[in-house]
Design a protein around this ligand. Structure first.
Ligand code: PHE
Length: 340
């Protein structure tokens, strides 16, 4: 029996396992209820008394050794799984898609960049404005029908004194009040008008207005600046067309069309077969407005222009519904990934 025990002990000592199944197999074979150890204990009863001590010790050794082999394997498994906990569990298990700039931001950035090349800075102002900056300083007399041109959201508690700005010309007033000419600045921003929401109109949209005030600024400077912009924005062959118009704060005033780049002015449904697309309003700053803002109108003249960013974006990307810009539909927004 001693030889058999030594043989088993040797096997136990030499045991190595690759995986948990092998360890379990080993445990059942040695320590299990029908395992080798059980058999040995049965045989142990027949061992002569004088050998019992030695044989008993051998059996215990087999048992201890087998158990310690099993324990050792479990320990290495535990420490391995502890190591794997060192991975970053806060990481998402899937790659995150990188977002993209909103088309309005892309177009705004491009317009700002084009004008910055000819010395225009960027100015900012509040979206909630007082009557002075949105209307009165800009030569809209009280009760004047010109105020109806821009359906205004008034802030109720202030007797029509405070409103959501209807254009970013209000920022230009603030700039003229606080800076001395020469002034050459753009005011991009969100504006609000009380309009029914449709494919062509929204109750909020974005504008970029430009202002240039210095000595001897002429209408020719305005035309040339706008031609430069149109070519940079819509392509080298773009032409502009000015039509007389009216704004209370500019005199003379004009509306500006660009030749349709979709059909090369031949006529298409984008330009409604006119060959031209209206993109902005402009004019020479009315001397009264300069005086309202503390600028000497005998010494300085200036021009101003204003355009809707959505309108430019719609022309640039051939988008036919204004509402798409504010609905946040990922399928729409995704298409501008990598643009510009
Ligand atoms: N503020 C005008 C508008 O919102 C646009 C404009 C700006 C026209 C500057 C002329 C000069 O309609």
């Amino acid at each position: 029996m001693k030889d058999r025990l030594l043989e088993v002990l040797k096997n136990v000592e030499n045991f190595t396992a690759q995986n948990a199944e092998q360890v379990e197999e080993f445990r059942i074979k040695i320590l299990g209820s029908k395992g080798i150890l059980k058999d040995l204990l049965v045989d142990f009863k027949n061992v002569p008394n004088e050998e019992k001590k030695e044989i008993g010790q051998l059996i215990n050794q087999i048992k201890d050794k087998a158990q310690s082999k099993i324990d050792a394997f479990k320990n290495t498994q535990d420490s391995q799984s502890k190591e794997s906990i060192d991975i970053d569990l806060t990481k998402t298990p899937y790659p995150i898609e990188i977002g993209s700039l909103h088309p309005i931001t892309l177009v705004k950035n491009q317009i700002v960049e084009i004008f910055s090349r000819i010395g225009f800075t960027v100015s900012d102002g509040p979206e909630i404005e007082d009557d002075w900056h949105n209307f009165s300083a800009l030569n809209f007399p009280p009760e004047h029908p010109a105020r109806d041109m821009q359906d205004t959201f008034f802030v109720e508690s202030n007797n029509g004194e405070i409103a959501l700005r209807t254009h970013t010309s209000s920022v230009q007033v603030r700039v003229m009040e606080s800076q001395k000419p020469p002034i050459r600045t753009l005011s991009p921003g969100r504006v609000y008008r009380n309009e029914a929401i449709s494919a062509r109109a929204h109750c909020f949209f974005h504008q970029i207005e430009g202002l240039y005030i210095a000595e001897n600024v002429s209408f020719a400077d305005l035309k040339q600046t706008l031609l430069y912009f149109a070519k940079e924005m819509f392509g080298e062959n773009t032409e502009i067309r000015l039509r007389p118009s009216y704004f209370p704060f500019t005199e003379p005033s004009a509306e500006v069309d660009v030749s349709c780049s979709v059909c090369n002015s031949k006529g298409c449904n984008i330009c409604k077969y006119s060959g031209y697309l209206e993109i902005l309003g402009c004019g020479m700053v009315d001397p009264k407005v300069l005086e309202n803002c503390g600028i000497d109108s005998k010494k300085y003249t200036g021009f101003a222009f204003g355009m809707g960013v959505e309108r430019i974006a719609m022309l640039k990307y051939k988008i036919n519904d204004l509402r798409l810009f504010s609905e946040g539909d990922i399928r729409f927004l995704k298409q501008f990934k990598g643009s510009l």
